[in-house]
Design a protein around this ligand. Structure first.
Ligand code: PMP
Length: 434
């Protein structure tokens, strides 16, 4: 008799392509059947087979306060009792916009949308609308949602246009996006030298999270700012992951770099669907109905998502969980890096970390990250799941620690990771005499 998750997956596959509503959930990178979660509470997830996990995925980022935080649930219930959506203006969207602009000083104005993908689409349209140019520069390994133009891979030559990385994306859409290696300021300089008069904007994850954790070099973000200034292009920070992750504001403030536009998502809705584009007044005022850059959304600014976002952000400000999250992540990374196991490196910053299965200790770009042994990651994922730890099911992701995690839980996860490293074949190969 199959377990409940396997049965649900079989049913799902009959009516949902691949059984999932977002591809990474299908466990293709780690094997086995996806776990069907039924309940989340604090740091814990419970699946349909009554297994309990300490969760290091946190719904891919928004649950920085943990699952079903009482203040967030209460705010959502109170808002829902007053009506789920009006399709009109409402008080909560005003309060959330005010709070976002207060916490993100580089944001004079904000437009709320329903996902990170949508917010990025709006930011790019604003960049193009404000500059009258078409080209956008992005970085290999950064993810900015699934809109056409951003599903591109770098072309073979630096100055060739990018190629679509998904079927259904037209060559014309891909041709408007140039991709450069993360942290490669020289490549970006060359792109601006060649095409500067056609570049509308540069979009970047200011700390990369979608290839696993890759930090920006000290000169990377300031150089992007300088080049955009010099050539009249918009600098867009995609802070869907980094926003409110490392302090109660944008990563831009920590980097000391002022972007023209910032994109936020997930975390500002505390688990409800939301996204936001925010930035300088002169650019934001180009949005309809003030200006000629069109953007709209039936459910945008809906009161339930705004209530969840307000409760999350207010709690973050009050609680300031950030120093504790950072020390928990560092503690995990120190244990893994101090294990003596070869071919593994744990990168950590703030409350996030990635265990990279590679011999490299400096990971600065997608090319570095691609050295990872993904088969070994899959074995690690399954080991951790058996020990009761749910990780994002791919090597190229962040693990998220929430305010609800206890030090003992993080320590236990590190212990389980060390157990895996001690038993895995790469360790044995290197440590046994030849
Ligand atoms: N930008 C970044 C940096 C992201 O990590 C993501 C999703 N993880 C997105 C944009 C897209 O957000 P969404 O899935 O809400 O559309």
């Amino acid at each position: 008799m199959d377990d409940a998750s396997t049965q649900l997956y079989a049913r799902a596959c009959r009516h949902i392509p691949g059984g999932v509503n977002s591809p990474v959930r299908a466990f293709k990178a780690v094997g086995g059947t996806p776990f069907y979660m039924e309940r989340g509470s604090g740091s814990k997830l419970h699946d349909a087979d009554r297994r309990e996990y300490v969760d290091f995925c946190g719904s891919w980022g928004p649950l920085i306060l943990g699952h079903a935080h009482p203040a967030v649930v209460e705010a959502v219930c109170a808002a829902a009792r007053d009506g789920l959506s009006f399709g009109t203006c409402n008080r909560l969207e005003v309060e959330l916009a005010e709070l976002l602009c207060e916490l993100v000083p580089t944001a004079a104005m904000v437009r709320l949308v329903n996902s990170g993908t949508e917010a990025v689409m709006t930011a790019l349209r604003l960049a193009r609308g404000s500059t009258g140019r078409n080209l956008v520069v992005k970085f290999d390994g950064c993810y900015h949602g699934h809109s056409d133009g951003l599903l591109v891979a770098a072309g073979s030559g630096l100055l060739t246009h990018s190629t679509p990385s998904s079927k259904g994306v037209s060559a014309a859409a891909a041709a408007e996006v140039l991709s450069a290696p993360y942290n490669d300021v020289q490549k970006v300089r060359e792109l601006f030298q060649e095409r500067g008069d056609a570049i509308a904007g540069v979009i970047v994850e200011p700390v990369a999270g979608n290839m696993g954790l890759v930090m920006p070099d000290a000169d990377f973000l300031p150089t992007l700012r300088g080049l955009c200034d010099q050539h009249g292009a918009c600098l867009i920070f995609d802070e869907v992951i980094t926003g409110f992750r490392f302090h109660a504001g944008a990563y831009a403030a920590l980097a000391g770099v002022v972007p023209d536009l910032s994109v936020f998502g997930k975390i500002i809705g505390g688990g409800m669907p939301i996204g936001a584009v925010a930035g300088k007044g002169e650019i934001m005022r180009l949005l309809s109905p003030l200006g000629g850059v069109y953007q709209a959304g039936t459910l945008s600014g809906n009161p339930v998502a705004c209530a969840a976002g307000l409760a999350t952000l207010r709690t973050l400000v009050e609680l300031n969980p950030y120093p504790r999250l950072a020390s928990l992540a560092k503690g995990f990374a120190d244990k893994v890096n101090g294990s003596g196991a070869p071919d593994v490196h744990c990168a950590a910053y703030g409350g996030v970390f990635t265990v990279f299965f590679t011999g490299k200790t400096q990971l600065r770009s997608l090319q570095d990250v691609m050295s990872c042994d993904t088969g070994r990651f899959a074995a690690y994922f399954q080991h951790m799941a058996r020990r009761g730890f749910y990780l994002p099911p791919s090597q190229f992701e962040l693990n998220f620690i929430s305010a609800a995690h206890s030090a003992a839980e993080v320590e236990a996860a590190a212990g389980a990771a060390l157990e895996f490293l001690a038993s895995s074949s790469a360790f044995e190969k290197r440590s046994s005499p030849v």
